[in-house]
Design a protein around this ligand. Structure first.
Ligand code: TXA
Ligand code: MG
Length: 309
């Protein structure tokens, strides 16, 4: 059910859960002062209580109320990338951030989204917890229709059209004197590195002990099984997830991520395509992984890899 901004504010202030648009993906929002709504977020998503939530703020300065300390260059980073698709992990004052939000950790994840409706909403009611608005483990939502498919046609959604980026925010943490990436996302390692003056290390690999509890869990996966391939299409699987400027001779059906030359477009379409596989009752799809290993493509690779295991 599509609702107005005023309705969204009232519902959130009265302890309800509302889906909100952000520039990355749609979120399932609850007000930090509504413990029941926070529990409902976990229940609706079927999300383990051990997987903490991101706190969304209207501006960087608000963070000072919640954190116990910030690294020296925190505000320089925040002012460069916020509002925008970056989430920052920081140590918090336990008494002001409910333990349920941070899954008992002594840190919390903070983000200032740039979507105009999210900003307007957050100027009236903040902070909001907002995990991605999808069932735990499955593809995120980048359109109001996706949220309604997962949570029902009557679920309140603030309609902000399609999410611009289409993949989640990049999460960083300050580890042993340097910033590192604990979840890849819409902001690339290179863009961050350019600003920091060094390349932030990736700490999100399944082989390592991930810092983000969310990285332990199955993620982004459609029901269809995905066969990732870096070679030319061999016809072994009739359904393809591929690119509009490539040929897949003999394929029965191609779900397109757009041009192989445009990572922004592929990210924008990614979850919609994964969801379309299920809507079309596809059981198995061949995925064209002949894509670069840098920039936003790296995030797309990571999402497809996790969606396939
Ligand atoms: O783009 C986004 O970040 C979206 C939009 C709605 O803002 N939100 C999002 O939330 O992706 P979610 O809950 O789907 O993913 C948040 C990730 C999870 O992997 C979680 O484990 C991690 O952030 N996280 C949250 N708090 C953390 C903390 N204190 N320490 C480590 N990881 C944390
Ligand atoms: Mg998520």
């Amino acid at each position: 059910m599509r609702i107005s901004l005023e309705n969204a504010v009232t519902l959130l202030q009265n302890g309800h859960v509302v889906s909100i648009p952000t520039e990355t993906v749609y979120g399932l929002a609850a007000w930090i002062h509504s413990p029941d709504a926070i529990q409902k977020v976990f229940a609706l998503k079927k999300r383990p209580a051990s997987n903490p939530l991101i706190l969304h703020l209207a501006k960087a300065e608000q963070i000072l109320h919640y954190v116990s300390s910030v690294p020296d260059d925190f505000f320089a980073i925040a002012h460069r990338f916020w509002p925008g698709p970056l989430t920052i992990l920081l140590p918090v004052k336990a008494e002001v951030v409910p333990a349920a939000v941070r899954a008992g950790l002594d840190t919390c994840a903070f983000r200032v989204p740039s979507h105009p409706l999210a900003r307007e909403l957050l100027s009236e009611v903040f902070p909001l917890v907002a995990p991605s608005a999808n069932l735990s483990g499955h593809p995120s939502s980048t359109k109001p229709e996706h949220v309604e498919l997962d949570f029902g046609a009557d679920f309140p959604v603030l309609d902000g059209a399609s999410s611009n980026h289409g993949v989640e925010s990049t999460i960083i943490a300050f580890l042993e004197g340097r910033w590192g990436i604990v979840r890849q996302g819409a902001l690339s390692q290179e863009e961050l590195g350019c600003f920091l003056g060094y390349s932030p290390a990736l700490h999100d690999r399944p082989a390592e002990k991930p810092i983000c509890p969310g990285q332990f869990f199955r993620h982004y996966a459609p029901k269809a099984s995905l066969v990732l391939s870096s070679s030319a299409y061999d016809g072994s699987v009739p359904v393809v997830v591929g690119f509009s400027d490539r040929e897949y001779p003999g394929a029965q059906r191609v779900f397109s991520l757009g041009s192989s030359q445009c990572a922004d477009d592929a990210a924008f379409r990614l979850y919609d395509v994964l969801r379309l596989l299920d809507l079309n009752l596809v059981e198995k799809a061949w995925v064209d992984m002949r894509i670069p290993e840098c920039g936003l493509w790296q995030t797309i690779r990571e999402r497809l890899y996790r969606a396939s295991v």
